[in-house]
Design a protein around this ligand. Structure first.
Ligand code: OAD
Ligand code: ZN
Length: 254
C-alpha cells in the first residue's frame, strides 16, 4: 500500500462534502480514448490543430471532420462499461460523502455506473438536434443515419444534425450549479483530466477545502492554488483507487 494512497483514503474518510471533476482519463480503461494522452484523439489525429474537431465554426464549414471521429467514438461508447473508479464514486455518493460529479466526459459512464448527481458540463451524445429546425434525434437514430451517410441530416428540413456536445465557441452547461457544488465542498477529487480546458479547469480552485489530483500524465497547474493542493498523484486511476478503497474500508472498520 503506498503512503500516497493512504493519505488520499484518510482525506476521503475525514471529508463529508466531496466534489469530483472528471475528465477523459476516467474512461480509457473502458476502451474510450482520451484527447491529450499518449493514445489520445488529438495526439493521434495527425492533423494540424486537432481541437478543430470540436470547433463550432469549423463544424458549420465542414461537419465531416467531426463526424468521421464521432462514428468511431459512438462505437466505443456503446461497448464501454464503467471502471472500478466510476463504481467507487457511486459508493461514496451512496454513503452521503460525495455530493456531486462535474464531468467533462460525454460518454455517460457515470450514469451507467449508477451515480446520480452529475453535471455534464460539456453535454452528451444521447441528445442530438437539427441545427436548422431544432428537431431532436436519439443516439440510436444518429447511428442509423451514420450507417447510410457520413453527415446525418434532418428528416424535416435537410439541416445538419449536431449532438448536444459543447464545442469550442459554445458556453458550457450547468456552470452555476457546478460552481456551487465546488464552493460547498471540503474536498475536490480531480480525476483523469489534463486541466487544459477552461472553465472546467478553474472549478476545483473554488473549494473551501483541499484538492487531490489523480492523473497519469501532464496536468496544468495554472488554475490550482498551491495552498489548496493536498496531493498530485501521477498514477493510473483504477490501480490507485483499488489501493485507496482498501485503505478506506480499513479506516471505516476503525
Ligand atoms: P485530456 O485528454 O486532456 O486529459 C486526460 C488525461 O488523463 C491525460 O493527461 C492522460 O494522460 C490521463 N489518463 C488517461 N488514462 C488515464 C488513467 N487510466 N488513469 C489516470 N490518468 C489517465 O482530457 P480532458 O482533460 O477531459 O472537450 O479534456 C478536456 C476537454 O478537452 C474534453 O472534455 C474535450 C477536449 O477538447 C470537448 O469535447 C468539448
Ligand atoms: Zn431540421
Amino acid at each position: 500500500m503506498s503512503e500516497v494512497a493512504k493519505k488520499c483514503a484518510e482525506l476521503i474518510y475525514k471529508s463529508n462534502s466531496i466534489a469530483v471533476l472528471s475528465g477523459a482519463g476516467m474512461s480509457t480503461n473502458a476502451g474510450i480514448p482520451d484527447f491529450r494522452g499518449p493514445n489520445g484523439i488529438y495526439t493521434k489525429a495527425n492533423i494540424k490543430n486537432p481541437e478543430r474537431i470540436f470547433d463550432l465554426d469549423y463544424f458549420y464549414r465542414d461537419p465531416s471532420l467531426f463526424y468521421k471521429f464521432h462514428k468511431k467514438f459512438l462505437e466505443y461508447i456503446t461497448k464501454a462499461e464503467p471502471t472500478f473508479t466510476h463504481k467507487f464514486l457511486v459508493q461514496l455518493e451512496k454513503e452521503g460523502k460525495l455530493k456531486g460529479i462535474v464531468t467533462q466526459n460525454i460518454d455517460s459512464l457515470h450514469q451507467k455506473a449508477g451515480s446520480e448527481k452529475i453535471y455534464e458540463i460539456h453535454g452528451g451524445c444521447w441528445k442530438n438536434y437539427c441545427t436548422k429546425c431544432k428537431k431532436e434525434y436519439s443516439q440510436e437514430e444518429i447511428l442509423e443515419k451514420m450507417n447510410i451517410e457520413i453527415i446525418p441530416k434532418c428528416d424535416n428540413c435537410g439541416g445538419v444534425i449536431k449532438p448536444d456536445i459543447v464545442f469550442f465557441g459554445e458556453p458550457v452547461k450547468y456552470l452555476t450549479e457546478s460552481e456551487v457544488l465546488m464552493k460547498n465542498s471540503d474536498l475536490v477529487l480531480v480525476l483523469g483530466s489534463s486541466l487544459a480546458v477552461i472553465p472546467a479547469a478553474m472549478l476545483p480552485s473554488l473549494t473551501r477545502g483541499k484538492i487531490i489530483v489523480v492523473n497519469k500524465g501532464e496536468v496544468s497547474e495554472w488554475y490550482l492554488p498551491p495552498e489548496k493542493v493536498a496531493l498530485i498523484v501521477n498514477e493510473e486511476l483504477d490501480n490507485f483507487f483499488t489501493q485507496v478503497a482498501k485503505e478506506y474500508e480499513t479506516l471505516k472498520e476503525g
